[in-house]
Design a binder for this molecule. Sequence first.
Ligand code: MN
Length: 203
Amino acid sequence: MTTDNTTGKFLLAPLPYDMQALAPHISEETLLYHHDKHMAAYVNKLNELVGGTLYEGMAIEDIIRQAEGPLFNNAAQAWNHEFYFATLSPSPQLMPSGRLLEAINTAFGDADSLRQNMTQAAVALFGSGWVWLAADDRGALSIVSKPNAGNPLTDGLHPLLAIDVWEHAYYIDYRNARADGVKALWQVIDWKTAEERYAGIVK
Ligand code: MN
């Protein structure tokens, strides 16, 4: 996450697309609340909690790995949302390719099976949380389900993709139908971003 050069405070990254750009899959109203209200609150709370502590000036990934309680929750939620919004695009590459696709085929059989497994994990996760596609240091892939603010960084893994299964991510557009929200999300997930992240891990 970027920080303010003068104050060192974490900054709310603007959405990399217009609020209307992901409709009809994700509405303007959902993005407005999700980014400008929910994510903004996590970033503000993170700055408030970090001020005057040994975590001040620390990289957010290290805060996530080391902190517990409210500081972990707000640091992870700030990071998770920047990551999540950066994965979405109005003109996404809808299928993985290249080395990431090879790793997906090895771990899950094919890209459709991965999508089905992640969707199933998202529907099955009780309450609020995140479902991640993550890689280990050698590039081997796994699906990681985490409650609340959970992030695979705390397991020493590298996140590639995230599905936000908090109700605030889908309730305006899909009400209680989480599966429909996840199905729509796949229409705006940009595999190019995941491939770039993967290329940064497996040199
Ligand atoms: Mn969210």
